[in-house]
Design a protein around this ligand. Structure first.
Ligand SMILES: Nc1nc2c(c(=O)[nH]1)N=C([C@H](O)[C@H](O)COP(=O)(O)OP(=O)(O)OP(=O)(O)O)CN2
Length: 138
């Protein structure tokens, strides 16, 4: 089994805000991430697929096709957007890195299966250069 990865990036604004809590509690729990007037991140998304190389191409997956797919279905939906207001698949969800990566998985997994025999293995999403989450679909 070979693991092949593609890095994409996007910039987005958000705030961490639980609507069931008061503003004071949101500030207490989320600190500056609860700032009512938003803040932004330069996100980095690493998509890893696994499979066997095709004997005719040597590819597990054509990375150009993988990039096009990620950009069309994820990056175009979130880049330069407000994750709390502009992104339908984040509606009614806390805009945490964990929730984002789980929604990305639901979108990407079936679409990768449509273009390749390779399967989605993991998503790694950096919110800052020091904070990231990794998801394996379970
Ligand atoms: N489990 C999670 N914890 C936190 C998340 C998250 O998505 N999942 N998000 C945040 C905030 O959105 C916040 O923007 C993180 O910023 P910060 O702590 O400032 O991150 P840095 O790496 O830039 O911070 P330094 O402390 O300067 O290293 C918080 N928690």
């Amino acid at each position: 089994m070979i693991y092949v990865s593609r890095l994409e990036h996007f910039n987005a604004a958000h705030k961490l805000h639980n609507p069931n809590w008061s503003l004071a509690k949101n500030k207490e729990v989320f600190g500056p991430c609860a700032n009512v007037n938003w803040h932004g991140h330069n996100y980095e998304l690493i998509v890893t697929v696994k499979g066997k190389p095709d004997p005719e191409t040597g590819f597990v997956i054509d990375l150009k096709k993988l990039s096009t797919l990620i950009r069309k279905h994820i990056i175009e939906k979130v880049d330069h957007k407000n994750l709390n207001l502009d992104v339908p698949f984040m509606e009614d969800k806390l805009a945490s890195t964990e929730n984002l990566v789980m929604e990305f998985w639901k979108i990407l997994e079936p679409r990768i299966a449509e273009i390749s025999k390779a399967r989605l293995h993991s998503l790694k999403l950096y919110e800052t250069p020091r904070n990231y989450v990794e998801y394996f679909g379970e």
